[in-house]
Structures are given as structure tokens and as C-alpha cells.
Design a protein around this ligand. Structure first.
Ligand SMILES: Cc1ncc(C[n+]2csc(CCOP(=O)(O)OP(=O)(O)O)c2C)c(N)n1
Ligand code: SF4
Length: 275
């Protein structure tokens, strides 16, 4: 049976602003299928974003939504979760929004382990503002700010999230939709801070400038250039060259921030008065 996306969309806000060939739509559909598989009710979920093409997503979803300032989605989302601890909070963010201007919030959300999910639409570029270098732009790639090639080394969001203390960390791609659905459902159901790095494409600001033949050509590179984690772990350094591992890298439990905060409130309420 065809999946009914309309049931989760603000159809009066459509058509969306995304360019033809942009993979943000593919990732959005994956998120909606995952939400549906978990049986989440619209009133019980909140989608939060900063600014950017990816960050337009909450405007299209028929649920509680917040479109906030650039890089600050995690800070707003933390506020929502602290006062509505039963709410399912999902943050959607570009690589620029989450790892550049929002990098500080990213680190501290990971270490606090607050029960929310961050989905990074990692298209390796600042799409909305026309294609400036982002923290995940590959070394050597061409951007509007580095027309002769990027000379910065890029951030690996998975390694960063694990180092900073997130308790569920995964990477998938806009090509691997079956894996994407499973990973989204796992991440959303996880108790603690979960991060999913989704390799996806900006044809308009990145693809055309970097010698891709078409949007399909961009998507298909994930088929050749990614390796399932199980296989990756058995490969030699030479075999790994030019490839990126995908899958679930970390899935552990640690004390969750809201629960610990409630314990603090109870301890404070039962402490003897100083007066
Ligand atoms: C404080 C502030 N600085 C800069 C901007 C301009 N700006 C808007 S979106 C954006 C980058 C978006 O890139 P990314 O987060 O990677 O998302 P994408 O558009 O690629 O989905 C920037 C720099 C802004 N809106 N606010
Ligand atoms: S500019 Fe890039 S990221 Fe933004 S909608 Fe167009 S293709 Fe997508």
C-alpha cells in the first residue's frame, strides 16, 4: 500500500522550497515513515530547526514545530524537552547549522545526553546561502568561497558525536533508504541523545560545481563509496581508502539529563530548610 505522507504534512504550506534534485525530500520522507512506524501522535512530537534549506522542514510537518535562529536549534529543543519531558523532540539541521555556528551546542547536547534526536542533513555545503564551504565540505572540493579548492580538513560528525558523549550515533545516506528508515526508527526510539549523520546532496550549490553529471549521479556515488560498518571493520587501511562506513556506530545507555534533573528537584524539595 502507498504510504500516506499527506497525513503528516501541512499541505497548505506546499509546494516546498527545495530545488528539483535536492535530497532533503528523500530524508524528510524517511523521517515520516519512521515516526509512523513508532506510532507517535502529532501532539506528542516537536520538530525543531535552525536556519538553512534543511531547517525549512518543520514548516511542512503537521505537528508541534519551531523554526528558530541559525545554529541554535539544539538550545531551543533543550528548553522544550526540559519543560515537556514526555514530548518526542527531533531536531533537523544542516551540516553548517549543526557543526559550524551550532558546533558548541552540538558538543554540549552530546555530553548532557538529553533524550532528543538530531538528524543532520549533511550535504557538505551551505545550500541556502549559495554554496559556501561548510565544516563537512571535502578537502579539495570547489565552493563559492573556495573556487580553487577547499584547503580545510572536514569534520566527521560521527566521530565527533561519539567523542562528545552522544549515546546513539549512526550514519546513513539518502541512497540507502531501507537502512535510513531502520536507523531513524532506532534513533527516535533511543533513550538519550541520538545523532544521525545523513549523507545527502545539494545539486544546486555543490553538485553542479563539482563535476557531477546529474542528481542521480550524485546519489549513486553512495552505492560505490560507502561500506556497511560490519564489512568496514574487517577491511584493511588500503581497502578503506576513499570509502565511508555507514551503520550504527554506538548504541549505549547512560543517565539521561531530564531524569537526573528531576532527581535534583526531588533532592532539593526534601532537603531541610536553611531558615
Ligand atoms: C547568525 C546567522 N548567520 C548566518 C546566517 C546566514 N545563513 C542562513 S542559512 C546558512 C547556512 C545553511 O547551511 P546548512 O546549515 O548546511 O543547511 P543547508 O541550507 O545546506 O540545508 C547561513 C550561513 C544566518 N541566517 N544567521
Ligand atoms: S540549494 Fe541545495 S540544499 Fe537548498 S534546496 Fe537547493 S539543492 Fe537543496
Amino acid at each position: 500500500m502507498t504510504f500516506n505522507y499527506q497525513q503528516y504534512l501541512r499541505n497548505d504550506n506546499l509546494p516546498h522550497i527545495w530545488c528539483p534534485g535536492c535530497s532533503h525530500g528523500i530524508v524528510t520522507k524517511g523521517i515520516l515513515r519512521a515516526v509512523d512506524s513508532l506510532g507517535w501522535q502529532k501532539d506528542d512530537m516537536c520538530f525543531v530547526s535552525g536556519i538553512g534549506c534543511a531547517s525549512r522542514l518543520p514548516g511542512y510537518i503537521d505537528a508541534n514545530t519551531l523554526h528558530t535562529t541559525h545554529g541554535r536549534a539544539l538550545a531551543f529543543a533543550t528548553g522544550v524537552k526540559m519543560v515537556k519531558s514526555n514530548m518526542h523532540v527531533v531536531i533537523v539541521s544542516g551540516d553548517g547549522d549543526s557543526l559550524a555556528i551550532g558546533g558548541n551546542h552540538f558538543l554540549h547536547s552530546c555530553r548532557r545526553n538529553i533524550d532528543m534526536t538530531l538528524i543532520i542533513f549533511n550535504n557538505n555545503i551551505y545550500g541556502m546561502t549559495g554554496g559556501q564551504t561548510s565544516p563537512t565540505t571535502p578537502f579539495g572540493a570547489t565552493t563559492t568561497t573556495q573556487p580553487y579548492g577547499n584547503i580545510e580538513n572536514s569534520i566527521d560528525a560521527v566521530n565527533l558525536a561519539m567523542a562528545a558523549g552522544a549515546t546513539f550515533v549512526a550514519r546513513t545516506t539518502a541512497y540507502h533508504v531501507t537502512q535510513m528508515d531502520k536507523i531513524f526508527a532506532q534513533a527516535l526510539a533511543h533513550k538519550g541523545f541520538s545523532v544521525v549523520d545523513v549523507m545527502c546532496d545539494c545539486w544546486t550549490a555543490y553538485g553542479r560545481r563539482n563535476s557531477f553529471k546529474s542528481q542521480v549521479d550524485m546519489l549513486e556515488r553512495y552505492k560505490d563509496n560507502t561500506v556497511r560498518l560490519e564489512k568496514w571493520n574487517k577491511m584493511s587501511e588500503e581497502e578503506r581508502a576513499g570509502k565511508t562506513p555507514i551503520g550504527v556506530f554506538l548504541d549505549v545507555q547512560r543517565p539521561e539529563y531530564c531524569e537526573e534533573q528531576h532527581k535534583v528537584i526531588e533532592r532539593a524539595m526534601s532537603a531541610p530548610s536553611e531558615h
